[in-house]
Design a protein around this ligand. Structure first.
Ligand code: NOJ
Length: 727
C-alpha cells in the first residue's frame, strides 16, 4: 500500500470511531456502487441515485463525471445523509483521460517503464481534475489470445514484462501521496485469468492447472500488490469451475492470506449476479452470499449487496465481520484520498478548466506514441521516407481519421477535433502538392467503388503509404474476432495497389488492437509500421517515424501468428517430447503442422530500427552459481548503422530440467538504451536465485539446482549458446 506510516494508526482509529456510529445497513451502503450515465459497459440496474445516496445506500459511483456532476452528487452525500460520508467516484481511465496515449498493448511495446508511469501520471492529473478519485486500471491480465478483444488493454503475453509494467502503472496513478488531489486509486483487474478465455471469446470459461495460474497469470497481480495498489477487481470469468467473483481460493486464500493485500476488492460490472447464469448460485440472494463470503468487498452495479446482505447477516449466512472488514477497507481508502478532510478536494473548476490537453501532455503523448510503434518489416530500407520526393500517395480509411486513432475505451478523449490524423501529421513534413490522397474503402464495408480512384492516385505518386487496420470497436470488451486478418476489403485494395505498382515502394501503416495475421501483406508491401491505436498525437508521431525524425524502437510484447490456427502461440512454450528438429527439416511424427510452420510471423520481442545493433562478447561472471550468490551477465552492443537510436536488449533464461517441465525460454530482464551511431555500450544484468524460482508441483515457489541457459538478445528469436550451473 502507498505509505501511510504514522497515519495508519490514526486513519484506523478514525474509521473505527466512525464505524461505531454506523448501522449495519449503512455499512452495507458503503459496499454498494451505482453508475452515472456517462459511459455504460453493462446493464443499468436500479437508477435512483439521489434516493440511494440519501438513504446511505451507496458508497461509490462509476461514470459520474465532471466537477459540476460530482459536486452535486457529493453534496447530497454530505448534506443529506445521516453521517455525511463522502462518495468515491470511479471511472475507466485506461490509456489516458483527455490526452489519449496509445492503447495499452501499444504502450507496452515501448518497453519503457518510465513512459508507462508518465502516461498514467498524466492520466491521473487529468482525471482527478474532473472529480475522479479512482480508475479501474491497470488491466494486468496476461493474454496469449489474439482473438480476445481485450488483449488490447493489457501488456501482452509475458509474465516478467507484464509485472514490471503493472507496477509502473500503479505508481503513475497513485503517485507518492494519495492525499494529494492529483492522485487516484488504481485497481488491478481482472482478477484472475480473464485473459485465458477459451477460444478467445470474451467472458468465456478459463481452465488451467494451479501451476499455470501461479506461474503465469498471478504474478502481475502480485506485482501490483507489491507496488501498493489500493484496489482489486474480481473478474467475469469462471476459473476451474468457480467464478472469480465468488472464488474464495483466489480472493481470500491467495490475495488476502498469502499476499496480505489490505485494500478493497470491487466486483466487475454485475459479475456477482452473473454467478447465477454461470450456474454457481441459485438466485441473487445466493450470489450475494457467495460474493461476500468469497471476499468481494464492493458490488459494482449489481444491486445485490444493497438488497440482500442485511438479511443474510441477520440469518447468520454471512458473517457481520465480513461486512465490517469490507466497510472499513472502503472507508480507509476514502481517508487516504483525503476525502474526510476535504470531500471537495477533487472538485475545483479552475483545475478542471486548465488541466486537460496541456501542451506538455500532448508533447509527451507524441513521444510515447512514437516509442510504442513497432517497425515490423523494412525491406530494402523502404523507410524512412524522404521529403524531397515529388509526391507520396496516402491511401486508406485511416489516413484522415481522428476518431479510430484514439482507440477503444478512450475515457473522455475527444473523438472529434482533437486528435492529429496521419494526414495532418505528414503535412508537417510535406508541402500540400506533395500529398496525394484517396480513401479507397471503409474499414468494414464491402463497397469497392473507391478502388479505381485509389489505384489511379497510387500510380501518380512516387511512393505509397497505406493507412489501414481495424476500427476501434473491433478490440476491447466484447470484441473478440475469429479472423485475424486486416478487416473488410482492405486486403483486396492492398493487392490491387501492388498489382498496379509492381516496382514502387509501398508502406503499410497499421492501426489495430491485437496481433493481426499479415501473412499475405508481408509479401505485398515493403515496410510495415505497427502504430496500434496511437492516441491523440498518433498522426504526428507516425509522421515523425515515417520521415525518420524519430527512429523506431518499439518491440512486440505479443506474438503475431501466421494464421489463427496457430493460436495459442507464444514465445515461452514448452518443448514437448517431439519438438521439430533445430534445422526445421520436415520429419514425420513431430510436434508440428502439415500446412504451416510452427514459428509465428513476428516473434515476441521483435521490432526493427533504422539503424543496426550488434551484440557481442556475452560474458558471465561465473558459470557456477550457488544458492546464496548471483551472476552478472554482460554483453556489448554497438550501433553499427547510420542513425542514433534506442535498442531494447532482452535477457532470456532456460531452466533445462525441472520437477515440472519448464518453458523453452523466459524473459528475465531487459534494458532500453540509447546509442549514437557508432557508439558501443556494455550492458550488465544481475541474475539472482530469486529469478530462477517457479511454482513446482507441490505449489512451492522454489528453485531447483541444475543447468540453465542464458542469452541477451534483440528478440526472442535465437538459440542459446551460453549456460551456467546452479549447485
Ligand atoms: C466491465 C469491464 O470488464 C471492466 O474492465 C470495467 O472496469 C467495468 N466494466 C466498469 O466500466
Amino acid at each position: 500500500m502507498v505509505s501511510v506510516q504514522g497515519f495508519a494508526q490514526n486513519f484506523e482509529e478514525k474509521v473505527d470511531s466512525l464505524m461505531n456510529l454506523m448501522t449495519l445497513q449503512e455499512k452495507i451502503g458503503q459496499t454498494v456502487m451505482y453508475g452515472g450515465s456517462y459511459d455504460q459497459t453493462g446493464p443499468i440496474v436500479g437508477a435512483d441515485n439521489g434516493k440511494f445516496i440519501r438513504e446511505g445506500n451507496m458508497g461509490a459511483m462509476l461514470n459520474a463525471m465532471s466537477v459540476k456532476g460530482t459536486r452535486d452528487l457529493q453534496k447530497v452525500a454530505l448534506e443529506e445523509t445521516r453521517l455525511g460520508i463522502p462518495l468515491l467516484f470511479g471511472y475507466d481511465v485506461i490509456h489516458g483521460h483527455r490526452t489519449i496515449f496509445p492503447i495499452n498493448l501499444g504502450l507496452a511495446a515501448s518497453w519503457d517503464l518510465k513512459m508507462v508511469e508518465e502516461s498514467s501520471r498524466i492520466a491521473a492529473e487529468e482525471a482527478s481534475a474532473e472529480g475522479i478519485h479512482w480508475t479501474f486500471a491497470p488491466m494486468v491480465d496476461i493474454s496469449r489470445e489474439p482473438r480476445w478483444g481485450r488483449i488490447s488493454e493489457g501488456a501482452g503475453e509475458d509474465v516478467y514484462l507484464g509485472s514490471q509494467i503493472a507496477k509502473a502503472y500503479v505508481k503513475g496513478f497513485q503517485g507518492n501521496d494519495l492525499s494529494q488531489p492529483n492522485t487516484i486509486l488504481a485497481c488491478a483487474k481482472h482478477y484472475v485469468a480473464y485473459g485465458a478465455a477459451q477460444a478467445g471469446r470474451d467472458y468465456h470459461t478459463t481452465n488451467m492447472s494451479e501451476g499455470e495460474l501461479r506461474n503465469v497469470y498471478l504474478p502481475p497481480f502480485k506485482a501490483t500488490v507489491d507496488a501498493g495498489v489500493e484496489t482489486f477487481m474480481s473478474a467475469f470469468n469462471e476459473l476451474n469451475g468457480v467464478p472469480t467473483s465468488g472464488n474464495k481460493f483466489t480472493l481470500r486464500d491467495i490475495l488476502r492470506k498469502e499476499w496480505k493485500f489490505e485494500g478493497f476488492v470491487v466486483s466487475d460490472y454485475t459479475s456477482i449476479n452473473e454467478m447465477i447464469l454461470h450456474g454457481f448460485a441459485k438466485d441473487s440472494i445466493d450470489a450475494t452470499r457467495i460474493g461476500m463470503n468469497a471476499g468481494v468487498d464492493m458490488d459494482m452495479m449489481g444491486e445485490v449487496y444493497r438488497k440482500h446482505l442485511k438479511t443474510l447477516v441477520e440469518e447468520g449466512r454471512v458473517s457481520e465481520q465480513y461486512i465490517n472488514e469490507a466497510c472499513k477497507r472502503i472507508l480507509l481508502a476514502k481517508y487516504k484520498l483525503g476525502l474526510f478532510d476535504d470531500p471537495y478536494s477533487y472538485i475545483d473548476e479552475q483545475r478542471e478548466n486548465t488541466t486537460k490537453y496541456k501542451p506538455e501532455f500532448l508533447a509527451k503523448a507524441r513521444e510515447i506514441a512514437a516509442a510504442s510503434s513497432v517497425l515490423l518489416q523494412n525491406k530494402n530500407h523502404a523507410l524512412p521516407l524522404f521529403n524531397e520526393l515529388k509526391s507520396i500517395a496516402f491511401i486508406g480509411p485511416l489516413v484522415k481519421d481522428e476518431s479510430e486513432i484514439i482507440g477503444n475505451w478512450a475515457a473522455k478523449g475527444d473523438r472529434e477535433g482533437k486528435a492529429v490524423s496521419v494526414f495532418e501529421g505528414v503535412s508537417e513534413y510535406l508541402k500540400p502538392n506533395q500529398i496525394l490522397y484517396a480513401k479507397g474503402c471503409e474499414i468494414l464495408k464491402d463497397d469497392e467503388s473507391g478502388f479505381n480512384e485509389a489505384v489511379s492516385v497510387s500510380k501518380k505518386a512516387d511512393e505509397i503509404v497505406l493507412v489501414m487496420g481495424e476500427g476501434h470497436h473491433m478490440s476491447g470488451e466484447a470484441a473478440s474476432r475469429s479472423n485475424l486478418k486486416i478487416p473488410g476489403i482492405q486486403p483486396k485494395l492492398i493487392k490491387k495497389i501492388r498489382e498496379a505498382n509492381p516496382n514502387k515502394k509501398i508502406i503499410l501503416v497499421l492501426m489495430n488492437g491485437r496481433p493481426i495475421n499479415l501473412s499475405d501483406e508481408v509479401n505485398l508491401v515493403d515496410a510495415i509500421l505497427e502504430v496500434w491505436f496511437p492516441g491523440t498525437m498518433g498522426g504526428a508521431a507516425t509522421a515523425d517515424l515515417l520521415f525518420g525524425k524519430v527512429n523506431p524502437s518499439g518491440k512486440l510484447t505479443v506474438t503475431f501468428p501466421r494464421n489463427v490456427g496457430q493460436v495459442p502461440i507464444y514465445y515461452n512454450m514448452k518443448n514437448t517430447g517431439r519438438p521439430i528438429p533445430e534445422n526445421n527439416s520436415n520429419e514425420d511424427y513431430k510436434s508440428n503442422y502439415i500446412d504451416v510452420p510452427n514459428s509465428p510471423l513476428f516473434v515476441f520481442g521483435h521490432g526493427l530500427s533504422y539503424t543496426n545493433f550488434e551484440y557481442s562478447a556475452l560474458k558471465l561472471s561465473t558459470n557456477q552459481l550457488t544458492f546464496s550468490d548471483s551472476i552478472t551477465a554482460s554483453v556489448d552492443i554497438t550501433n553499427t548503422g547510420n542513425m542514433d537510436g534506442h535498442e531494447i536488449a532482452q535477457l532470456y533464461l532456460h531452466d533445462k530440467v525441472g520437477s515440472v517441465t519448464r518453458p523453452i525460454k523466459e524473459l528475465k530482464g531487459f534494458q532500453k538504451i540509447f546509442l549514437k551511431k557508432g557508439e558501443s555500450k556494455t550492458l550488465t544484468f544481475t541474475i539472482s536465485v530469486e529469478d530462477l524460482k517457479f511454482y513446482n508441483n507441490e505449489m512451492k515457489y522454489a528453485v531447483e539446482p541444475g543447468e540453465f541457459e542464458i542469452a541477451i538478445t534483440p528478440s526472442s528469436n535465437f538459440k542459446f549458446k551460453h549456460g551456467f550451473q546452479l549447485k
